[in-house]
Design a protein around this ligand. Structure first.
Ligand code: AMP
Ligand code: ZN
Length: 111
């Protein structure tokens, strides 16, 4: 989608520190890490957020959740938190579905 920063990262128009890529998914480091390890997992397809997941596009979420443990293991992170913010009041600032994966320190119990 035009003017979407993560679509531009997918297309290579904006640089990113890529960790993993396949035909449907891109994983890269968050530019403002909130933990020693903080990466983002996104579908290459533009979906504006978790609130836009439906029966047509939900398969990608399973794919993403298969990729997360593999990438975390490759980075040597056994404990991590997965977060997705949906909507501005929840802190979403980039309106392209993404899952934050944070670890590398004792995070404690957020819930
Ligand atoms: P959210 O606020 O949940 O929408 O998360 C957006 C995340 O994207 C934030 O943690 C930002 O630090 C991160 N971010 C924004 N621009 C970039 C970029 N160009 N490369 C990597 N991460 C980014
Ligand atoms: Zn996008």
């Amino acid at each position: 989608m035009k003017d979407c920063i993560f679509c531009k990262i997918v297309k290579g128009e904006i640089p990113s520190k890529k960790i993993y890529e396949d035909d449907k998914i891109l994983v890269f480091y968050d530019i403002e890490p909130k933990a020693p390890v903080h990466f983002l997992v996104i579908p290459k397809e533009h979906i504006s957020g978790a609130g836009e997941i439906n029966s047509e596009n939900s398969e990608i979420v399973a794919r993403i959740f298969e990729v997360i443990p593999k990438v975390a293991a490759d980075l040597g992170v056994g404990s991590y938190r997965i977060v997705t913010n949906n909507g501005p009041d929840a802190g979403q600032t980039v309106f392209h579905l993404h899952f934050h994966v944070m670890g590398g320190k004792v995070l404690g119990n957020m819930a």
